[in-house]
Design a protein around this ligand. Structure first.
Ligand SMILES: C[S@@+](CC[C@H](N)C(=O)[O-])C[C@H]1O[C@@H](n2cnc3c(N)ncnc32)[C@H](O)[C@@H]1O
Length: 222
């Protein structure tokens, strides 16, 4: 699916988030830089076309690895980040080709919701991080307490967004899937519980948009 929508992915991401998505990525990285100035090896997982990688490069890493399942998204990533600091790798998040404790930081922008085997992926992220390494997730989570805003958001997501997304991307179903994937995903509270279960300490949960888009910053504890 991501191969199919890759040509219009960036444009639609900015449009459908009201041009807020890059601000959320920037804020996440600003917070990370307040925690440490030593991110030598960074993993941008489910990196897609590389917008989170753009922010990660501002942390001056020695190496950035941009990992994704979609070859077409990685081609865009490679075009966006021509610096030799960035290496694109086609791999499943569930089975990463890196040694234990290799990374100082792993980040996932709008990716975890798509993982078929989320628990296995979190175990794998924990494995490739150093003790004390940071893990940041920016994601659309299922709202905990439906209120008027969330009902409006559901209407936007279910009825309006798929029409715009499908027609601009030329895909019949990709943006229907977006609604279903949020509706079937965890709440941010359940997600943080899962991270704690697999050895992470939660440093900060930042609500970016109506309790739906959140940034979760965690640290590998064990
Ligand atoms: C919505 S895009 C996010 C791209 C980018 N991180 C961003 O911030 O815009 C989700 C990406 O997750 C990738 N993906 C989905 N499942 C994956 C998996 N199991 N392992 C690696 N990448 C995966 C898709 O190919 C797609 O490029």
């Amino acid at each position: 699916m991501f191969d199919e929508i890759s040509p219009s992915y960036d444009r639609l991401n900015h449009l459908l988030s009201g041009y807020q998505d890059n601000r959320w990525r920037k804020n996440a990285v600003n917070y990370l830089s307040s925690l440490s100035s030593n991110y030598k090896k960074i993993l941008d997982l489910a990196a897609g076309s590389g917008d989170l990688g753009t922010e990660f490069l501002k942390l001056s890493p020695q190496k950035l690895y941009s990992v994704d399942l979609s070859f077409e998204m990685l081609k865009l990533n490679h075009t966006k980040h021509t610096s030799e600091i960035n290496t694109v790798v086609k791999s499943d998040a569930q089975n990463l080709p890196f040694k234990d404790g290799f990374f100082d930081l792993c980040g996932i922008g709008f990716g975890v919701r798509n993982f078929e085997h989320l628990n296995e992926c979190i175990i794998e992220i924990n494995r490739v991080l150093k003790i004390g390494g940071k893990f940041v997730t920016i994601e659309m989570f299922k709202p905990d307490n439906p209120n008027i805003f969330n009902k409006l958001f559901k209407l936007y997501f279910e009825k309006i967004l798929p029409k715009i997304g499908n027609s601009v991307s030329g895909s019949k179903y990709a943006y229907d899937y977006l609604f279903e994937s949020v509706d079937n995903f965890l709440s941010v509270k359940n997600y943080t519980e899962l991270l704690k279960k697999y050895g992470f300490l939660i440093k900060k949960v930042k609500n970016n948009f109506l309790g739906i888009v959140n940034t979760v910053t965690a640290e590998k504890n064990y």
